[in-house]
Write a protein that binds this ligand. Sequence first.
Ligand SMILES: *Cc1c(COP(=O)(O)O)cnc(C)c1O
Length: 444
Amino acid sequence: MTRLKGNPLPAEAPTQSIALFNRALKVIPGGVNSPVRAFGAVGGTPRFISRGAGAYLYDADGRRYLDLVGSWGPLILGHAHPEVVRAVVEVSQLGTTFGAPSWSEVELAERVTASYPGLEQVRFVSSGTEAVMSAIRLARAYTGRDLVVKFAGCYHGHADHLLVSAGSGLATFGKPSSAGVPAAFVECTRVLPLDDEEALEALFAHEGARIAALIIEPAPANHGLLLQRPEFLKKLRAITRQHGALLIFDEVISGFRVARGGMAELTGITPDLATFGKIIGGGMPVGAFGGARRIMSRLAPEGDTYQAGTLSGNPVAMSAGIAALDVLVKQNAWAHLEALGAALERMLQPVLAKSPFPVRFVRLGSMFWLALNDGPAPRAAITLTELESERFASIFHAMLARGVYLPPSAYEVCFLSLAHTTADLEQLVAALGESIELTARRVK
Ligand SMILES: *Cc1c(COP(=O)(O)O)cnc(C)c1O
């Protein structure tokens, strides 16, 4: 078993993390403030992180990990990028919140609207959940309709009316996917399968006049990476337009990740509304939604659609976002990140070809998914078998022991950042080769 440099103790128990987790379990439900952090799908004790630097995380025991989670998407520059840190420190000294408008909101709004097709105005909130929730309220106000259509396998935050999974049948009434969501709240949500024009047409033929908005992650990245056919996305644009419904691209992950103009730029499809989060906050809590002025002007105080936030447009978060976007543009980051992703794809090929069980590398630019399902890369939501999930858990822990931090779920995607180097990719490839071998022997 090779050990990575700077990771001298891979086999020992994470004593400090265990101690912290035990304390956390007493005062925080499940010991975490967001469920997937708890290692529930892979077992074991979550690592408590004390610091991040570039492409690396350091846990409470001082162990170093090559980070492929990037805080679930925001850290496209890596941890503690000097420009972002400088902005946060400088701006905080001038006060952290005013409850009144300030220059940084204007600066970030100008950058976001200048980057994204069709975006004339944008409003900032504090999370992706809030952005989507507000965009949907706005779509309903603008169209005067009530129904919202989403796709199984897409995640849009945890607002009640979006915590819906497909019921039985094809174009279906959804059912709540969480306790605490009344059936009445999801009566206005419809759930469709991805990659299925027929189901889409059937729903619009039946209820098109009631549909306010159709929302999709144009590059679905919350249930694996379910890359869509361009024709399917074009069909969404056409059918929503035809029925007077709004098309919402949820670009909370893909915005400023896959291109400066997100998936709208990559596909040439301009949605009516788009939502953002993650990257645009530079690692601070930010969300945003935007679109054409004629739609956005329905928002209070101009219009009749209420939406507000005590910390919305927070100057520290805005400044971190500005710093991050400026670095991305200045370094022409997207070309570099695509090259990095392509290099990893090439380097992994021989390793994956040798794997005794299916491991597919699904990639879009700097985000990728290790798909452990049998058969081709899925375009619609799949459920992994128990065996496949066990294989992932084994790979996850083998990688962790080798100093590589994958997302602790088989359905989560990995993120590369500007801080990742070719040497990091080499470490990743070597560790994955060993982890696959070990897993083939361990999990049968
Ligand atoms: C992360 C995410 C959200 C929710 O954002 P939060 O900031 O976690 O509330 C919404 N949509 C997509 C596509 C996401 O990836």
